[in-house]
Design a binder for this molecule. Structure first.
Ligand SMILES: Cc1cc2nc3c(=O)[nH]c(=O)nc-3n(C[C@H](O)[C@H](O)[C@H](O)COP(=O)(O)O)c2cc1C
Ligand code: SF4
Length: 442
């Protein structure tokens, strides 16, 4: 456990303070980056294999190449810290413990793409983290690491301004096009793509949207070199990831681990196992919008996008939600469906109506008023939402409902038939005496 590389959550006291950051080599990677041509910086990120940490795992270097070159039009970087998906709470660790590495990552990314203005979008309720991040930005400005004084500090002509934009507490504002309409001062409504943000983004200008953790990871990539970063973790999805683990584990929290770490290692070694030594019924691997894994599926599962894709789910935000054998999955699914129904912006019919229907049907099951046909209806509604909406909130609502109903059909059937929710005993993960010893199969 001790040789785990730490690229973001460093074990250095007061690392969030500018002087401590500088004493540990802070802002030196940016000096290194500006000795390279902007395209070389982008190439280094491409070589690293870095994939976005905001949910879709899109290759970051490739995204940067979509930004037009040689134009006088202003370009923007929007750093996505809305972090409103249930089960996701890792970007706040960066605001709190490593804000200057994020700022340095913004400088490097901005330099690579020829951007002079960056916005960090933070959910409005996160007062504490907004204040901490603002303090770091103010300190960086006052020392000339950000803003027009950068020209003197670093001895070149490039400079960049950073602004925090506070959201008003809407999950949909984390969706990239919605985030941009929100920054522009309008209600956060997703826009149809294409055009993509690199073509028409903020104020119709070329814009790159990247997650907070993605941009923070750019700094160590430039420091160690793309090739070295690519050797960490799973080859198809390299690096370390901030896994936010919640639910029925003894030590919930955010763990920085290489991609490809076994899910059972995360739960049993790092998180101290399941509370009261219970068995696991289900695990959502990447935030509440991802299809769940059954407890008896998690043995040998590696936590990276390519491995999870094979199992019909995704890495998402790396937010792992562990549900023990006593979890009432009808109630859990209803709670998730309620969230997405509530957060739907209402622009497209399949999402606006479908999310409400799914919630109503699940409510019928919970209150004992449903029939088996309602389970097929749920799957059918989810199928009709998926892929038929302007933004991916529709998929985010459909996937967990379809996943729970199909993977735990027996539990849902039982709930319907007996007019009560039922805990199925034969589909839980084996009980363990330690991290590596399986005592019984079910
Ligand atoms: C409904 C919805 C909410 C989202 N919320 C977030 C969020 O809070 N933070 C985030 O980084 N990405 C979020 N995303 C993904 C963004 O649209 C976008 O893909 C991401 O910010 C790109 O950054 P990355 O390439 O670095 O991952 C959300 C997407 C959807 C559909
Ligand atoms: S999918 Fe839902 S949240 Fe996204 S644009 Fe359509 S109605 Fe709005």
């Amino acid at each position: 456990m001790n040789d785990t590389p730490r690229l973001i959550l460093h074990d250095i006291p007061d690392y969030h303070k500018l002087d401590v950051y500088i004493a540990n080599g802070g802002y030196e990677t940016y000096r290194k980056a500006i000795k390279m041509a902007p395209d070389e910086v982008t190439n280094e990120v491409r070589k690293s294999g870095l994939r976005g940490r905001g949910g879709a795992a899109f290759p970051t270097g490739l995204k940067w190449t979509f930004m037009p070159k040689g134009s006088d039009r202003p370009k923007y970087l929007a750093v996505n810290g809305d972090e409103s998906e249930p089960g996701s709470f890792k970007d706040r660790q960066i605001f709190e413990h490593n804000p200057h590495q994020l700022i340095e990552g913004i400088l490097i990314s901005g330099y690579a793409m020829g951007i002079n203005t960056a916005y960090i979008y933070i959910r409005g309720e996160y007062h504490k983290w907004i204040n901490l991040m603002q303090k770091a930005i103010d300190d960086a400005y006052s020392r000339g690491f950000v803003g027009p004084k950068m020209n003197d500090t670093f001895g070149n002509n490039y400079y960049l301004d950073i602004y925090i934009h506070k959201g008003a507490g809407a999950y949909i504002c984390g969706e990239e096009t919605s985030l941009m309409t929100s920054i522009e001062g309008d209600r956060g409504y997703p826009r149809y793509k294409p055009p993509f943000p690199a073509q028409r983004g903020l104020w119709d200008m070329p814009t790159t949207v990247n997650n907070v953790e993605t941009i923070t990871t750019v700094t160590p990539i430039l420091n160690m070199g793309g090739d070295n970063f690519a050797k960490i973790g799973a080859p198809g999805h390299p690096g370390t990831l901030l896994f936010g683990v919640s639910g029925h584990v003894n030590k919930p929290g955010v763990y920085e681990l290489p991609t490809g770490t076994l899910l059972t290692d995360i739960i049993y070694n790092y998180c101290g196992g399941v509370k009261n030594n219970k068995k696991i019924k289900a695990v959502i691997p990447g935030g509440s919008s991802m299809p769940p894994l059954r407890g008896d599926e998690i043995e040998g599962v590696k936590m990276d996008e390519e491995s999870l894709k094979v199992l019909g789910t995704h890495i998402g935000t790396g937010g792992i939600i562990v549900m023990d054998e006593d979890t009432d999955l009808v109630k859990a699914t209803l709670r998730i469906a309620h969230f997405y129904h509530h957060e739907s912006c209402g622009q497209c019919t399949p999402c606006r109506e479908g999310c409400g229907w799914m919630e109503n049907v699940l409510h019928r099951i919970e209150t004992g008023d449903a029939t088996s046909k309602d389970l097929d209806l749920l799957v059918s509604i989810a199928n009709n939402i998926e892929g038929n909406t302007i933004c991916a909130l529709g998929d985010a609502a459909a996937w967990p409902v379809r996943g729970f109903v199909t993977k735990f059909r027996d539990e849902f059937e039982k709930a319907v038939k007996e007019k009560r929710t039922f805990i199925s005993p034969n589909i839980v993960h084996g009980k363990r005496s330690s991290a590596n010893t399986l005592l019984q199969a079910s």
